[in-house]
Design a protein around this ligand. Structure first.
Ligand code: BES
Ligand code: MN
Ligand code: ZN
Length: 498
């Protein structure tokens, strides 16, 4: 069920909501209430109390007070908006974060909430709405006996503004679609590998597509993958009794202005295969399909928003398991483009499935290929858990960074150092799947680049860090799957329509 998002006039007496959220800014002389539509008396009254309430204006702080006489909300909540010096993109990020943190903390105890941050610009309203949708996330999971303790998400979010509601409509639609599809990606990532494996993922995509007249899904099952030369996907998946699937998800609008290809890593569980991971590193490896989840949901979002750009998503789905049928280190496989790969580490499986997806995408000569994958621990070591690594052609990288910035998702460029390429030279095959000890995220990028068709613009997004949150929730980000990348992909696709 999707949330209702709307604009409410600045007449707060007419408001009907459980909670009215106000902003608190950090100024040089201490915290103070951000602009809002309350009476001067009420604002003064709250400002005088801020210190005693312990209000700081810090992000993630949310204080609840009894409602005021001049607003029809039973509770007033004070949300930290951070520094009052923020402007431009920084201010939009702060608004998204604060609205998201408030809706995350209020979800489960409120049905209707209203934000009054004194906003009138459409981009600010979009940021607040986007955060509010993202923060409103309660994961039901697979509880049996403790099902009754599951709380309800917020049903309605009102944004108090003097803007003409019609003028704000496109911003609200964009925020809602980006937010809801990101949340759908999270739910897929959170599904355990017992329930989500290549066939069920492929089926899920096919069923989802039935809701859209211009979205089609084609599933390539194991025998066809072998027959048609997808040695990477078939090879990685051969160790599991649950066979691999390549799902091709196509959205074709009328008169498309461009064709964007998206390739997503869909390892539904990464044990490392015969190059087995240690137990502790295996523990989050249900998230290794987060790239494919982002791609699927970006295609759906494009259809929802009727973006005039054709999008083909390639979901490279396999379960990486050890065992008698699994790839061995030193095996050589033949990829979709005819190249042979010496597999020296079966835990470097992502690049194998992705290479086949990229090669197939290249055959259709799209205007651009983006690939997105939880590819390397090295990207996490370099950039931490909230920033994705971005490699590939400079112009595409810049476009991804811009798309990411307006989604609140951070990407940092890394170089495809050509001197590292020789480490991928193999004695027995065209290329091997691991390089030297250092620069692992770069080596993985160099490997993928080999499979990109000549002259096709390309970038690679390594989301190993930001795809999964093992730490405490913050802002609009919950524990576990984050849905990272979905919104960036949608903004990126839309950039080809302008
Ligand atoms: N799925 C992992 C990368 C990963 C690690 C994602 C942690 C999210 C969190 C990937 O398949 C992998 O195992 N990569 C290896 C590559 C190495 C063997 C060259 C790695 O990064 O250690
Ligand atoms: Mn691996
Ligand atoms: Zn992996």
């Amino acid at each position: 069920m999707s949330l209702s998002l709307s604009i409410h006039s600045t007449n707060l007496e007419a408001l009907e909501a459980d909670v009215l959220v106000l902003g608190v800014l950090k100024g040089s002389e201490g915290p103070y209430l951000a602009p809002n539509s309350l009476s001067e008396d009420s604002v003064e009254g709250i400002n005088e109390l801020l210190e005693a309430l312990g209000a700081s204006g810090d992000p993630d702080q949310l204080l609840r007070l009894p409602g005021l006489e001049d607003s029809g909300a039973g509770v007033v909540a004070l949300a930290g908006l951070g520094s009052d010096q923020a402007s431009g993109q920084e201010r939009l990020d702060a608004l998204r974060y604060a609205a998201g943190s408030a809706s995350r903390q209020l979800a489960g105890s409120a049905e209707e909430i209203a934000f009054d941050f004194g906003l009138s610009a459409a981009d600010e309203i979009e940021a607040v709405a986007h955060g509010a949708v993202l923060g409103n996330f309660i994961e039901e999971g697979l509880r049996g006996k403790t099902k009754d303790s599951i709380k309800e998400e917020i049903e309605s979010v009102l944004i108090i503004s003097s803007i003409d509601p019609e003028e704000a409509e496109p911003a609200l639609v964009q925020a809602l679609v980006l937010g809801e599809t990101t949340k759908d990606a999270r739910r897929l990532v959170n599904l355990p590998p017992s329930h989500l494996y290549p066939e069920t993922f492929g089926e899920f995509a096919a069923e989802l597509a039935e809701d859209y007249a211009n979205v089609e899904v084609e599933l390539f099952h194991y025998d066809r993958l072998v027959e048609e030369g997808f040695g990477g996907i078939a090879g990685v998946g051969q160790g599991s009794p649950r066979k691999p699937v390549l799902a091709v998800v196509k959205y074709v609008p009328e008169n498309p202005q461009a064709h964007v290809a998206l390739v997503g890593k869909g390892i539904t569980f990464d044990s490392g295969g015969n190059s087995l991971k240690p137990a502790a590193s295996m523990m989050t490896m249900k998230c290794d399909m987060a790239g494919a989840a982002a791609v699927l949901n970006a295609v759906v979002a494009s259809a929802e928003l009727e973006v005039p750009v054709a999008v083909t998503g390639y979901l490279c789905l396999a379960e990486n398991m050890p065992g008698g049928h699994a790839l061995r280190p030193e095996d050589v496989i033949t990829m979709r483009d005819g190249r042979t790969v010496e597999v020296l580490n079966t835990d470097a499986e992502g690049r194998l499935v992705m290479a086949d997806g990229i090669a197939l995408a290249s055959e259709t000569k799209p205007d651009v290929i983006l690939d997105i994958a939880t590819l390397t621990g090295a990207a996490m070591a370099a950039l931490g858990l909230r920033t994705a690594a971005l490699l590939g052609d400079e112009q595409i990288r810049e476009r991804v960074q811009v798309a990411g910035a307006s989604a609140g998702e951070s990407y940092w460029p890394m170089p495809l150092e050509s001197h590292l390429r020789k480490n991928l030279n193999s004695q027995v095959a065209d290329i091997k799947n691991i390089g030297s000890r250092y620069g692992g995220a770069l080596t993985a990028g160099l490997f993928l680049k080999e499979f990109v068709g000549e002259g096709i613009p390309w970038a690679h997004l390594d989301i190993a860090g930001p795809a999964f949150n093992e730490e405490a929730p913050y802002g609009y980000t919950p524990k576990e799957g984050t849905g990272f990348g979905t919104a960036t992909l949608v903004n990126f696709i839309q950039s080809y329509a302008k």
